[in-house]
Design a binder for this molecule. Structure first.
Ligand SMILES: Cc1cc2nc3c(=O)[nH]c(=O)nc-3n(C[C@H](O)[C@H](O)[C@H](O)COP(=O)(O)O)c2cc1C
Length: 195
C-alpha cells in the first residue's frame, strides 16, 4: 500500500490512509461501517451542531447500490462500482439553534469525513472521497428537502492489493505528494514561512 512518507512523525493511521481507485468487491462488515460513522460523529463542529448527514448503500443491496452509483459523475462511476459501501454526504445550511446561515457547515462535514477516513484506515479499509457527484440527482433521488445541501460522496471498501494492470492500477501506483510545510504555514506576514 502506498503509505504516506511524512517529514515529521504523525499518527499511524494517517500514514496508512489513502484514496484507492482499485477496490475488491468484498462485503464491508456492518460493525466496521458503524465504527467509521461513530468516528465521524465525534468530530468537532461549530456550536456542536454536527451539520452533517449521510446516506449509505451496501453493495449487497444491489438495486439500492446502483441507484446511488448513478448519482456519481461518470468518471467516478468507472471505479466506484467495486466498493463495499457507497455514501453520500449532506450538510444542514442553517444552525438549528438560531436558524442563521452556518458558513462552516462544509468545514465541519470535512472534519467528520476526515475522522471517518482515518477510522477506516485503522480498520484496514479505505475511504475515497469524491466531489464528482450529480448534486441535483442526489436531491431528487433521495428527496432531500430545502435547507439541506448534498455535497460529496465516499467510497468505503477494501483496496485491491494486486489490481490487474490498467488505468486503475497505474493511478494507485502513482506518487503520493504534498506541498511542503513552508508553503502552507506562515508567520508575521502572508507567505513568510513559519518553519
Ligand atoms: C473533498 C474531496 C473531493 C474529492 N473528489 C474526488 C473525486 O471526485 N474523484 C476522485 O477520484 N478523487 C477525489 N478525491 C480524492 C483526492 O484526489 C485525493 O484525496 C488526493 O489526491 C490525495 O490523495 P490521498 O487521499 O491518497 O492522500 C477527493 C478528495 C476530497 C477530500
Amino acid at each position: 500500500m502506498p503509505n504516506a512518507k511524512p517529514d515529521h512523525p504523525i499518527i499511524d493511521a494517517m500514514t496508512r490512509r489513502w484514496s484507492p481507485y482499485a477496490f475488491t468487491p468484498r462485503t464491508v462488515e456492518r460493525d466496521k461501517v458503524l465504527q467509521c460513522f461513530e468516528a465521524a460523529r465525534w468530530a468537532a463542529s461549530s456550536f456542536n451542531e454536527q451539520p452533517w448527514s449521510f446516506l449509505l448503500a451496501f453493495r449487497e443491496q444491489e438495486a439500492e447500490f446502483q441507484r446511488m452509483l448513478a448519482c456519481l459523475s461518470e468518471g467516478n462511476q468507472q471505479w466506484a462500482g467495486n466498493v463495499g459501501v457507497l455514501i453520500l454526504t449532506v450538510t444542514r445550511e442553517h444552525f438549528q439553534r438560531n436558524d442563521k446561515p452556518n458558513r462552516v457547515a462544509q468545514h465541519d462535514l470535512g472534519a467528520a469525513a476526515a475522522h471517518f477516513a482515518l477510522q477506516a484506515a485503522e480498520l484496514g479499509l479505505q475511504a475515497h472521497q469524491m466531489a464528482g457527484v450529480e448534486l441535483e440527482k442526489v436531491r431528487s433521488t433521495y428527496q432531500i428537502p430545502d435547507g439541506y445541501q448534498p455535497q460529496t460522496a465516499i467510497a468505503l471498501g477494501y483496496p485491491d492489493p494486486d489490481p490487474p494492470a490498467g488505468k486503475l492500477a497505474e493511478r494507485d501506483a502513482g506518487p503520493r505528494e504534498r506541498r511542503p510545510i513552508e508553503e502552507q504555514v506562515f508567520h508575521g506576514r502572508w507567505q513568510q514561512p513559519a518553519f
